[in-house]
Design a protein around this ligand. Sequence first.
Ligand code: GLU
Length: 279
Amino acid sequence: MTFVTRFAPSPTGPLHLGHAYSALIGYDMARAAKGQFLLRFEDTDLERCKPEYIDQIIDDLTWLGIAWDAEPLLQSDHLGYYNQSVECLVALGLTYPCKCSRKDIAAALAAPQEGVAHTVYPQICKSRKMAARHADDALRLHMDRACAALPDTASGFEELGRWKKGVYPIDEASLISDVGDIVIGRKDIQTAAYFLASALDDQRQGITHVVRGIDLFDFTHVQVLLLQLLGHTPPLYYHHDLIRDENGKRLAKRDDARAISLYRREGATPQDIRLMVGL
Ligand code: GLU
């Protein structure tokens, strides 16, 4: 089987040890399988993403000995493309307009932290009709309708990682109660929410294996649901363990102390980084 994977950082900060670990695992897997390794910048959060981080990430990855097999894809170049899929979900009758506060929406837009990073929406706008949509409304997925609209054939995904290896059917009950009516169409710019754009690009880039951290495992259910509603076949997933700090907390981009650029300045070699992350 062809193997195509990708590293998909959000350029909101410097590359740190956790990202290097993820990129190296994907890259090593692609090379071992004589497959392809692609790079994608998930930069639709126009406020937090910075071009200088893109340059720095490219420089750090190159220094680590990682190469990619096509021009990097920049999501901000394709906002209209993601919006087409939002409109498909509208046409399927699976959305409603929402004018709720920025606070609810910010949580759904942010790069996911542990699990699906948002609060369950309290369905304030659920009875609003699409015909009453305002230009500055966000669009929410009507989760119960979406689950009911899933094709009858088995829906779900295959997980190849060490931790939760197996086939995972879509857990409709938990999507309805724990995930709820997420924002899929953003109101700040006319495009899809972060996680939908990411799943669509996995299709567009022909990704066969999504290699990424176990913190995104719950989030995979949402992406697979959306892909299957849009008639796509989800890729295979490989969620790896996380690099944590001494307190057991997952490293985030704000952990600048573990930025690869800093280790580089202190004289570390790429091999030192591999050893540090246990590779
Ligand atoms: N853009 C996400 C991040 O920087 C990764 C998303 C993914 O691998 O699917 O954490």
